[in-house]
Design a protein around this ligand. Sequence first.
Ligand SMILES: [Zn+2]
Ligand SMILES: [Zn+2]
Length: 333
Amino acid sequence: MSEIRRHYFLNEYSIIAKERKSRPTDFRRVVDKEISEVHPCYFCPDNEYKTPPATAVYMRDGNILRDGDGEKDRVKDWVARCFPNKFPALTPEPPPPLCMKWRKLGCMDGYGYHEIIIESPRHIRGFAQFTEEEITLAMKVYKDRVSHYLSDPKIKYVSLFKNCGKSAGASLYHTHTQLIALPIMPPKIEAEERCMKGECPMCDILKNESEDRIIDENEYFMILSPYCARFPFETWIIPKRHVKDILSLTEEELTELGLAILRFMRAMNKALGDFPYNLVFYQHPLSDHYHMSTRIFPKLSTPAGFELNTDIFINVMPPEDACPYVKRFLDKN
Ligand SMILES: [Zn+2]
Ligand SMILES: [Zn+2]
């Protein structure tokens, strides 16, 4: 029978539709052909001039440089590069203010930053194809860039996310992560933070989660199929130490987070093929109550009318079935 499950700590529900249950292999996907054959790729080496000038270019020797403005002034031989999105959602110089009428309704200037982070010069699709060296660098770059944007006093939150695959919102095949720095705190993060005051529910999950839903763990992180998963194969990676954000992780923890993501994504790739996904960092740099996590939402189902109407999601893959299936594909080391 189906079950209605309340979120671990939010006032949010999902329906685990056991009656409509699918087999794990029904979710296997093949690479997004539509976006895999874009030539030349804007994100590949030698095409740097096709993107806006990079504001941070990571070199093999550890140096961090900047591009010049001219098309010929782009830094070559990089290992990662960060540049403003050509079509930004927010900009540091937003257009003139709107009339007072709309301001009274809560409309504000579209101030902020929208950045693209290319974590590897190789024309690869996503984390499953990364080397250990590449994922370690990616984590370092994420930390640097979040820290950079939070130093702007007008910025309240930095959303860091990876869309991989066309149906997950990516328009280009080459691996990349996006960062949107906002002048407001997202209500969802605020709501989670409120629930974390007092006894931390994430620390509680770490202590009490059922073996049935623990996919993997190491000294610093636990990877689980959450009880209240809204989507098939939804996965949370939770640091075992109560830390609020990526900036609070030690260098060792940051490296281990990268390796945990890599190990999990390689297993998922074996289990589901080139599945589309969103990988999102949930953090709250302004509150010590908050317990950060990295959440992976494979894009294997399409929210429709019911979900829009109720904000309740029907998940046809019970997390207790997703977990053992993915576990089978973890490297045995
Ligand atoms: Zn490329
Ligand atoms: Zn905690």
